[in-house]
Design a protein around this ligand. Structure first.
Ligand code: TYD
Length: 406
């Protein structure tokens, strides 16, 4: 039993994915005895429609000077952030006098770089020192800090108030969003807006993409849940824009109440969420059953392929894959290695199940019979460049939206 982080109503987990390590905690054998685990169990609050995980490891165990995620590893994501920045610029920045843009979780600067090109005052707020250092190399002003009311007030003192506050795949990581909301209130100009995009609950439920649930993602948002979180702080949801990134995301735009006209898309999405059952507990009981089916089918397929003597590797050592591998208990007996282009992950072992992570070249020099596409959210980008794998007779194994071989 816990209290909902948004409305305080008592809630409890509707299922458990079991004992989970830190999703981005790639490690060496010498670190096995220090590996941290927690129970990954989601809960749904029917009072305010907030989907959240019950326990979350300490922030310092997830976001630190060795954070393994770099936005720039995906060319498509870099392009996407160009489009996102353009949206923010065209709609909310252009024409303003001396505009100021702040990004939360600015990572390696892939988004804010688009504002540096236009000479717009900007500041990235990024708690992981290693990725913030890369942003600075790209000319992006970066403050190494967690964002909240205190940080917001410091920013106002030093730089003044912001026209736009942006975030991508960051807000769902922050357990205390009330402190963030107070920070927005302190930092935003009266006609300013804040916008963020994160994996969308509607997509996760529709595709049984339960791998979106891992330690860093304390929430999987819907329009209902973000309204419930930010309206009490005097903000109004004024637009929603569906995105294809991260397997289906939603961009939410908020302004101060009565400062802007809300787009009709907002009510359309709220209606669609009610129709999809995103405000009802039963939907998540059904979702839990779908997860169990997905697990059974994936393990069965991998065991059959092993029995046939096939070589199976993984493609993309994603954070998402940590949930799948540990929930399904898939280890190096079923998956030889996982190929990944991120240097900091290579030569290490995956969290919990300890499958080796190898450089991308090891995939290319000796194509396996099957590759599990753990980076399925980059499926179009990856398939486009991996024709030779398919031509060699190789096949992809997918588990979203259904376990399948293609
Ligand atoms: P990401 O999409 O960020 O997923 P998550 O948020 O679940 O970690 O991670 C993609 C991972 O896949 C990242 O480690 C880089 C890797 N990758 C490749 O190895 N090759 C590729 O072509 C792409 C696009 C990604």
């Amino acid at each position: 039993m816990m209290n909902c982080r948004t409305c305080g109503h008592p809630i409890e987990a509707f299922m458990s994915y079991g004992r989970m390590p830190i999703a981005n905690g790639f490690l060496t054998p010498a670190q096995f005895d220090q590996e941290k685990f927690f129970e990954l169990a989601p809960a749904f609050c029917e009072k305010c429609a907030t989907f959240q995980i019950v326990d979350q490891p300490d922030a310092q165990d997830m976001f630190h000077e060795n954070y393994a995620f770099f936005t720039r590893t995906s060319a498509w994501m870099v392009k996407h952030f160009g489009t996102y920045a353009e949206y923010a610029y065209e709609n909310w920045v252009a024409g303003k006098t001396d505009p100021f843009v702040v990004e939360l979780g600015s990572n390696d600067g892939a988004m804010l770089e688009n504002f540096t090109k236009r000479d717009i005052r900007h500041l990235g707020v990024e708690p992981s020192a290693n990725v913030a250092a890369v942003a600075r190399e790209h000319g992006v002003n970066s403050l190494c800090a967690f964002f909240g009311e205190e940080t917001a007030k410091k920013i106002v003192t030093e730089h003044g108030k912001a026209d736009v506050i942006m975030a991508a795949n960051v807000m769902c990581h922050i357990p205390d969003l009330k402190d963030v909301a107070r920070g927005f209130d302190a930092l935003l100009k009266d006609d300013g807006v804040f916008m963020f995009e994160d994996p969308y609950l509607g997509d996760m439920v529709a595709k049984t993409s339960y791998d979106q649930i891992y330690d860093e993602h304390v929430y999987i948002f819907s329009a209902h849940s973000v309204k419930a979180m930010f309206e009490p702080f005097g903000f109004e949801l004024i637009d929603v824009l569906a995105q294809t990134t991260h397997g289906g995301s939603m961009r939410y735009v908020f302004g101060r109440k009565d400062q802007h006209r809300a787009h009709a898309r907002v009510t359309d999405l709220l209606d669609a969420e009610i129709k999809q059952g995103l405000t009802k507990f039963e939907t998540f009981q059904k979702f839990a059953e779908n997860c169990e089916t997905s697990k059974r089918e994936l393990v069965q397929l991998l065991k059959e392929l092993k029995a046939q003597g096939k070589r199976v590797v993984g493609y993309g050592a994603t954070s998402k894959s940590t949930t799948v591998l540990n929930y399904c208990q898939i280890g190096p007996d079923l998956i030889e290695f996982i190929s990944d282009t991120t240097p900091i992950k290579q030569g290490k072992l995956t969290p919990g199940m300890h499958i080796p992570v190898q450089p991308y070249d090891n995939f290319k020099v000796n194509y396996p019979d099957y590759a599990v596409l753990f980076a399925w959210n980059h499926g179009a980008e990856i398939r486009a460049k991996e024709d030779a794998f398919r031509e060699s007779g190789g096949q992809w194994i997918l588990y979203v939206p259904k376990v399948s071989v293609e």
